[in-house]
Design a protein around this ligand. Structure first.
Ligand code: AHG
Ligand code: MN
Ligand code: MN
Length: 320
């Protein structure tokens, strides 16, 4: 079976990007081990208590963030990084050619219940003479790579460098990622949707109507029954979409008027949108293609509707 390194070496990926991707993949191996052995680390950490040595025990998402930050700091190819867990852009190496945005631990509320979590990375090209947050203000279309690691019963790595989406599985016998799907393809049609139904009353009319029609099943305008799934970790839901299709959405809502959107553009929506598009799916806000959004800040949030092409298009038809 082809390892990730073999695959990259035989691809047309630049040696620099190969090197960076191996570093990101290594972060996944280490976080995977922490998650596995250390649901304890996360649970204890949630209390922010001190251990016997007087050190603060940190939440697993802070531990994962520090681990990635340290690994990327040692990587001269990285000019700057942006993380969900960092208020500001962290400077790297002045002549680095890549900007890395990441969600160190996605779905962190799942840690306490031993359920799915993952890590999401987005890689943008650095631009000469543009530093700090401004450097990251590029549409997702510019991403040179996107990937996530999902720490489930198996640890998997989904990767795109803009030439299709690939799936690797971490082999516990040698800690190597092995290629399991060289051409991930999202089926165009689906009968499965993912949305946090508890927010129903806060959605906009378009989403209300779309979900209402799905729920009517065979007797309704869609004339088929739909099934629902919600993992509460975007990595888990997107992985299901890449594996067997589906529509995943976290739409705009009015639950907290100060926060109409939940998911973050730079390290959740953009990388997942590229992975889904490269597998034949679609990713939109309802009104705009995710990858075409011109960002205005590193932590900005957006509505996300992604997945099987025909189903997402159907959902978008309610937004016209
Ligand atoms: P994070 O743990 O990185 O903050 O992200 C959680 C996100 C996303 O992964 C998931 O789809 C969504 O929040 C779940 O939201 P609800 O808690 O509203 O279900
Ligand atoms: Mn997240
Ligand atoms: Mn997170």
């Amino acid at each position: 079976m082809q390892t990730l390194s073999d695959f990259l070496r035989n691809s047309d990926t630049s040696t620099e990007l190969q090197q960076l991707l191996i570093t990101l993949a290594d972060c996944g191996v280490e976080i995977s081990a922490l998650v596995r052995g250390g649901a304890l680390a996360g649970v204890l950490g949630a209390t922010e208590s001190e251990n016997v040595q007087g050190e603060t025990q940190k939440k697993l998402d802070v531990i994962a963030n520090d681990l990635i930050k340290d690994k990327l700091a040692a990587q001269p190819l990285v000019k700057a990084l942006a993380s969900e867990e960092e208020d500001y852009v962290v400077a790297g190496h002045a002549d680095g050619q890549f900007l890395v945005s990441f969600d160190p631990l996605d779905g962190s509320s799942n840690i306490d219940i031993n359920s799915l979590v993952g890590t999401i990375f987005s890689v943008l090209p650095a631009q000469d003479g543009v530093d700090g947050e401004a450097a990251f203000m590029q549409p997702g279309r510019n991403q040179v790579a996107a990937c996530y690691m999902l720490y489930g019963p198996a640890t998997v790595l989904a990767l795109t460098t803009g030439n299709g989406t690939l799936m690797f599985s971490l082999d516990p016998s040698d800690n190597q990622y092995k290629l399991v799907d060289a051409k991930v393809t999202v089926p165009e049609q689906t009968a499965e949707f993912a949305i946090n139904m508890s927010n129903q009353r806060f959605w906009q009319p378009a989403m209300q109507q779309y979900i209402h029609d799905l729920l009517l099943g065979k007797e309704g305008p869609r004339a088929k029954n739909f099934n629902m799934r919600w993992i509460a970790a975007m990595v888990g839901d997107v992985h299901r979409v890449l594996s067997r299709g589906g529509i995943f959405t976290y739409p705009q809502d009015t639950k907290n008027p100060a926060k109409p959107f939940k998911l973050r553009l730079m390290y959740e929506a953009n990388p997942m949108a590229l992975l889904v598009e490269q597998a034949g799916g679609i990713a939109s806000t309802g009104y705009e293609t995710i990858l075409d959004i011109e960002p205005t800040e590193i932590h900005q949030r957006v509505a996300v509707i992604l997945g099987s092409k025909q189903e997402v298009e159907h959902c978008l038809s309610y937004h016209k």
